[in-house]
Design a protein around this ligand. Structure first.
Ligand SMILES: [Zn+2]
Length: 476
């Protein structure tokens, strides 16, 4: 797939419903795109005459009975782990993360990881996702996003629970970023990611935060996710503490909460993305808001792994920029942000025992502009406005979403699982009628399936050899 394909001078997308996000929904709306940008949004009958002042190639795209909205923003992925969808079912968190790490080390390589990441982007495009915030210790997701022509930030992960690993980890990260930087583009940028409190020492958090400032890069970290992590940070206790003690790595209480620990280490800033933030109290939320951090809310992953329900409504009330994240396919099994939004709504209302918590309009905003704000990209994407990048997703309204009284309600309550019919990134059509444009999806799927067979064999051999808790793998 190449950006060298010439764009038409003007494309006019017409749909039953257009959701600009920053303006009210438009029935029978039109979005006009010139080159990589949106130039006009409004009711079709007000659209400037075909072509306007443009001389040259003008194309009308009749989307019909569809909802056209900004491309969805996935604020947390591990694209390279798509091949592990379904591999780790039934494991509790600690053996889950250790088995994941061992599988990656023992079975996968840069080629198979890249195919896995490609499949992740293909799935995302099929669900209308145009932007990905991907974290991984290898650049497979970075390469896959560039190859498939989507937008994203690739946060390169770093690990080091022992303070003695700090200098080396920072040197390695600096070297990696230097190597990747020539391939960064206006569409796919770079960031850094100290992985999580159980795999990163305070020293390394502090050093990576400084490096991010020095290199002017955004930072993402998994934080306040599990009970085990909370025990480690607050009490210096629990399963992660036992594991680290077993490796002679010093463990001590590190703060009144994981968020307080990050603040002390200088990690919090407007360019910081906090992944999960399940365990936050009012003080933590005020801290996150005061520093202007974004949050990646991953309700399916948090529920599936038994971590709980992040206080989404309270975070929004505190003024925090929140986006939706799928997390990896090892911990979610689907990359469908509409399904994620529906689950988020249900979980918030069930928790609050109230029917007036959030609404579908807000949830569609979280899946688009909210994600863009969380990633610091709201100047470019997240809404349909003249001057913004032409990142669009259209979904044909399925029978099961009819009748449509309100398009936001239709999207969130009735359109989970609906495949996108059209996806455009920076003016380039990346998905047409459900097919990734100019890309051989079948051969990727064949190769990923072959890798999955190797992973299954590895897992069978491993479980016949030992229990997952007795291996020597390190947590990610
Ligand atoms: Zn993650």
């Amino acid at each position: 797939m190449s950006d060298r394909v010439a764009l038409p001078d003007q494309v006019r997308y017409h749909a039953k419903w257009v959701l600009p996000i920053t303006a009210p929904a438009i029935e029978n709306g039109t979005v006009i795109v010139e080159g990589e940008k949106i130039v006009w949004v409004g009711p079709r009958h007000h659209a400037p005459p075909n072509g306007g002042n443009v001389r040259g190639n003008v194309r009308d795209d009749e989307l019909g009975d569809a909802i056209l909205l900004p491309g969805l923003v996935n604020t947390h992925t591990h694209l390279d782990l798509t091949v592990m969808r379904g591999l780790l079912e039934g494991l509790s968190f600690f053996p889950w993360i250790r088995t994941l790490t061992a599988a990656r080390t023992d079975v996968l390589n840069s080629t198979t990881l890249l195919d896995s990441a490609r499949l992740g982007v293909i799935e995302g495009l099929q669900h209308g996702i145009t932007t990905y915030a991907d974290t991984a210790p290898d650049p497979a997701g970075f390469d896959a996003m560039r190859e498939l022509g989507v937008r994203g930030i690739f946060y390169h992960e770093t690990f080091g629970p022992d303070p003695e690993q700090c200098d080396r980890a920072v040197d390695d990260l600096r070297r990696t970023i230097r190597a990747l930087r020539p391939n960064a583009s206006p569409l796919v940028g770079l960031g850094v990611s100290p992985h999580a409190p159980y795999s990163v020492s305070d020293e390394l958090f502090t050093a990576v935060a400084k490096l991010a400032v020095e290199l002017q890069l955004p930072l993402a970290t998994h934080i306040a996710e599990s009970e085990e992590e909370q025990s480690l940070v607050v009490d210096g206790d629990g399963a992660f503490a036992a594991f680290l003690n077993g490796r002679n790595i010093p463990v001590h209480p590190r703060g009144r909460s994981p968020i307080a620990m990050l603040e002390r280490c200088g990690v919090l800033s407007p360019r910081t993305l906090l992944i999960h933030a399940v365990r936050t109290d009012a003080t933590d939320r005020a801290t996150i808001a005061a520093h202007g951090c974004g949050v990646a809310h991953c309700p399916a992953s948090n529920a599936k792994l038994g971590h709980g329900i992040a206080p989404l409504a309270a975070m929004l009330e505190a003024g925090i920029h929140v986006g939706l994240g799928s997390d990896s396919m090892a911990s979610n099994n689907q990359m469908d942000l509409i399904a994620e939004g529906r689950l988020a709504m249900l979980a918030q209302r069930a928790t609050a025992k109230r029917d007036d918590v959030l609404d579908a309009r807000t949830m569609v905003e979280i899946a688009t502009l909210g994600g863009a704000k969380a990633l610091g990209l709201a100047g470019t994407i997240g809404s349909l406005e003249p001057g913004k990048a032409a990142d669009l997703a259209a979904f044909t309204i399925p029978v099961g979403a009819n009748p449509v009284y309100d398009p936001y309600d239709a999207v969130i309550w009735s359109m989970a699982g609906t495949p996108a019919v059209r996806v455009v990134v920076a003016g380039h059509e990346r998905l047409r009628d459900g097919e990734v444009v100019g890309y051989d999806t079948t051969s990727i799927l064949t190769r990923v399936t072959a890798t999955a067979a190797r992973l299954a064999a590895w897992k069978a051999q491993r479980s016949s050899r030992s229990s997952p808790s007795s291996d020597s793998a390190t947590p990610r």
